[in-house]
Design a protein around this ligand. Structure first.
Ligand SMILES: Nc1ncnc2c1ncn2[C@@H]1O[C@H](COP(=O)(O)OP(=O)(O)OP(=O)(O)O)[C@@H](O)[C@H]1O
Ligand SMILES: O=C(O)C1=C[C@@H](O)[C@@H](O)[C@H](O)C1
Ligand SMILES: [Mg+2]
Length: 174
């Protein structure tokens, strides 16, 4: 059975971009928890947060994780999926968890180029560079705790895919 592969990491680390390329390379299905929950609710992340607050969004996000989990899938998660201990445990127990790691400055520069505000409403109310530094400082340990493998997300998407394939082959061989 091909366990699902969960991609975790902060906004802008490339979970969606790399996830699509990884799924194509492995012949897996691809899904994205942000996309899934927006399809199911008929609302953007910004609309859900405006109506229900972040707790409402987080609860929908946890339900989405369980709903999309299946063998043979690459699952790009939302940047805050690791905030709930139950989500970290669920991913760790049910699949291969890959942390796409990049420094806050790189993440901020990607997000400044493509803000996608409907999917990424502000988390702190601060400018993007400050927000990413603060968010990453608070979450890095949680990403590391949840992950089976950590990859360098500053490389090209193709190189990140290759790192993941290598990490999973090594894991299978050991
Ligand atoms: N390895 C990479 N090198 C250069 N640019 C990248 C890389 N990965 C992603 N990007 C760019 O960064 C932006 C954010 O990427 P993406 O949407 O895949 O991030 P994400 O981790 O899914 O973010 P979110 O948590 O908000 O869903 C996009 O414009 C994408 O093209
Ligand atoms: O880092 C976060 O907390 C988030 C990241 C996005 O993927 C979305 O899940 C949402 O905007 C929250
Ligand atoms: Mg994404």
């Amino acid at each position: 059975m091909s366990l699902p592969i969960y991609l975790i990491g902060a906004r802008g680390c490339g979970k969606t971009t790399v996830g699509q390329a990884l799924a194509a390379a492995l012949g897996y299905d691809f899904c994205d928890t942000d996309y899934y929950l927006q399809q199911v609710s008929g609302k953007t992340v910004a609309e859900i947060v405006a109506e229900e607050g972040w707790p409402g969004f987080r609860s929908r996000e946890s339900a989405s994780l369980i709903a999309v989990t299946a063998p043979g899938k690459v699952i790009a998660t939302g940047g805050g999926m690791i905030l709930a201990a139950e989500n970290r445990q669920f991913m760790h127990d049910n699949g291969h968890v890959i942390y796409l790691n990049a420094p806050a400055e790189i993440l901020a520069s990607r997000l400044e180029a493509y803000p996608e505000n409907a999917q990424r409403p502000t988390l702190t109310g601060r400018p993007i560079a400050e927000e990413m530094a603060e968010v990453l400082a608070a979450r890095d340990q949680l990403y590391r705790q949840a992950a089976h493998h950590i990859v360098d997300a500053m490389q090209s998407p193709e190189a990140v895919v290759q790192q993941i394939v290598n990490a999973l082959s090594l894991a299978r061989a050991s």
